[in-house]
Design a protein around this ligand. Structure first.
Ligand code: PGA
Length: 250
């Protein structure tokens, strides 16, 4: 049985004061959700603060991005060794905002994935189709292409310690959620694709859904057999809303 995982993606939001208030409230409210793994991904400059506030709690933390290079003359970039020093557990890789706004190719995403795994951290690989891709029946082809880029370089063993997040681009930050049937269908395709190479890896891997998850739709999404939790953007910035989503997880 896979344990549920709910990950907060704060994106480019927060301040020293608001982070502290938000985490205080989440720590207080999460006492009765020990059946769910919770992780917080703040902007990188706040990782030190977040690690200090969460050390000793059941909540882990992670980064929203990482360089595909190991280190050196890459102004503005952050190396995975730095994230490891701050005890990050997860790194979100290939979020659609990175792919579309910062031109991250499948190849760069695969390189980042490898960096994260080789450093002993857990990549959360984001995949998902745009609205026009869905409308032209390319959802499966797009998601599997994104997955195959990582499989080609890392092999199925690369997914032994990894998380996948299915995030339809048209559902991110739009208030439009995939129906539970739409989401489940893609999650099943992803799991079956991995199962062709290794059934045990496919059975074990957590596949999260992301895209306008809120307290009022989390229960039905998380009830689907291949949805193992969520990657939560906007709703993770409000403690009570985020906690309600965590409680909705199996
Ligand atoms: P959203 O973002 O919950 O605000 O739609 C999800 C994400 O981008 O990970």
């Amino acid at each position: 049985m896979r344990q549920s995982l709910v990950v907060a993606n704060w994106k480019m939001n927060g301040s020293l004061a608001s982070n502290q208030a938000l985490l205080d409230a989440i720590k207080q409210g999460c006492q009765d959700v020990s059946h769910v793994q919770i992780s917080i991904c703040p902007p990188a400059v706040y990782l030190a603060q977040v690690s200090q506030l969460l050390t000793g709690s059941a909540i882990s933390w992670g980064a929203q991005n990482v360089s595909h290079e190991a280190g050196g003359a890459f102004t503005g970039e952050i190396a995975v060794s730095m994230l490891a020093e701050l005890q990050c557990r997860y790194v979100i890789i290939g979020h659609s905002e990175r792919r579309s706004l910062y031109a991250e190719s499948d190849q760069v995403v695969a390189e980042k994935f490898a960096r994260v795994r080789n450093a002993g951290l857990i990549p959360i690989l984001c995949v998902g189709e745009t609205l026009s891709e869905r409308e032209s029946n390319q959802t499966e082809a797009v998601v599997l292409r994104q997955l195959d880029a990582v499989l080609a370089s890392e092999g199925i063993a690369g997914f032994h310690q990894a998380v996948i997040a299915y995030e339809p681009v048209w559902a991110i930050g739009t208030g439009k959620t995939a129906s539970r049937e739409q989401a489940q269908a893609v999650h099943a395709v992803i799991r079956q694709h991995l199962a062709k190479q290794d059934a045990a890896v496919a059975e074990k891997i957590q596949i999260l859904y992301g895209g306008s998850v809120k307290a009022n739709n989390a229960t039905e999404l998380f009830a689907m057999p291949d949805i193992d939790g969520g990657l939560i953007g906007g709703a993770s910035l409000q403690a009570q809303e985020f906690l309600a989503i965590c409680k909705a997880a199996r």
